[in-house]
Design a protein around this ligand. Structure first.
Ligand SMILES: Cc1cc2nc3c(=O)[nH]c(=O)nc-3n(C[C@H](O)[C@H](O)[C@H](O)COP(=O)(O)OP(=O)(O)OC[C@H]3O[C@@H](n4cnc5c(N)ncnc54)[C@H](O)[C@@H]3O)c2cc1C
Length: 256
């Protein structure tokens, strides 16, 4: 079974966002594999171990993403591919999906797994866009996946309820929390990962020009929400509290 995982390198969820000159300042920030993509990698490894084949993890990013690709290899993926877009002036969900589609269109694959959403930009668009561009079915927010021959039975999370679908391969799925428990890379896994293939490609290698993958959207402004003011606690008799609340709503909050 030929399995691809699309993986994004994201800010560590513990990082505090700091703005500098209207941009997110990432100097000194820790990066991790997007947590939803860890579920995708884990599921890919389990599928490969059950059905045979190979897991390739692909990311669109810069050379810094090599660290997260090596982590995916240490978890158990077989190959990693970095599509380096360092030189690209602006990128968005459309361009990321278009680059991934250009890479995958000539490959043989049974399943492509991605995360449901990236924890930073977080639009949840890249997977579905990629499936559309490749002309294959997509099932999002999955919590269970079983493959039988050329079919898969998939359970997806629907706002707390579940939907079970059957689909013919090849398919693109996006992983939701609960799909599995991603493993930590073991020490032997980390050692092995150093020798596993990590290929770096550029747009030229995919017969793409920067114009072919021009961003369709432009970020106009990035800002942090104003700090919440401390709340007010009302004390005393209930009647008194209600009177004070009404006065405050009228004179301070000016909402009535
Ligand atoms: C060099 C560089 C320049 C950039 N310039 C801009 C810019 O100018 N403006 C801007 O708004 N953004 C920019 N970005 C960010 C980038 O375009 C988006 O973060 C990206 O399109 C993913 O969008 P998202 O976070 O909404 O992903 P989502 O759609 O929420 O991600 C869902 C899933 O799609 C997959 N996925 C997402 N991104 C990638 C990826 N890069 N590679 C492989 N799989 C992926 C993962 O499986 C992920 O879980 C830049 C990124 C890089 C590396």
């Amino acid at each position: 079974m030929n399995i691809f995982v699309i993986m994004k390198r994201t800010f560590d969820t513990e990082e505090k966002i700091v703005l500098k000159g209207g941009q997110i300042d990432d100097s000194g920030a820790e990066y991790i594999i997007n947590p939803y993509d860890e579920y995708a990698i884990e599921e890919a490894i389990v599928l490969r171990d059950e059905h045979g084949g190979e897991v390739t993890v692909v990311t669109v990013g810069t050379e810094y993403a090599e660290k997260e690709l090596r982590t995916a290899l240490a978890m158990g993926a077989d190959k990693a591919v970095l599509i380096d877009i360092e030189e690209v002036e602006a990128s968005d969900q459309y361009s990321t999906a278009a680059i991934l589609a250009a890479y995958l269109k000539d490959k043989e694959f049974d399943i492509i797994l991605g995360g449901n959403i990236a924890v930073d930009n977080g639009t949840g668009q890249v997977g579905p866009r990629l499936a559309e561009m490749l002309g294959i079915p997509q099932v999002t927010t999955i919590t269970n996946l079983k493959v039988y021959g050329n079919k898969a039975t998939i359970v997806r999370d629907v706002e707390g309820d579940e939907e079970t679908v059957e689909v013919i391969l090849p398919v693109l799925v996006t992983a939701q929390q609960g799909l599995n428990e991603p493993r930590y890379p073991s020490l032997p896994g980390i050692m092995k990962a150093k020798k596993k293939p990590l290929e770096t490609l550029e747009l030229d290698d995919l017969d793409l020009e920067e114009d072919d993958v021009k961003a369709n959207t432009k970020t106009l402004e990035i800002f942090l929400l104003p700090k919440k003011q401390a709340g007010k606690v009302l004390n005393g008799e209930l009647n008194q509290q209600v009177l004070e609340l009404v006065t405050l709503l009228r004179s301070e909050a000016k909402v009535i």
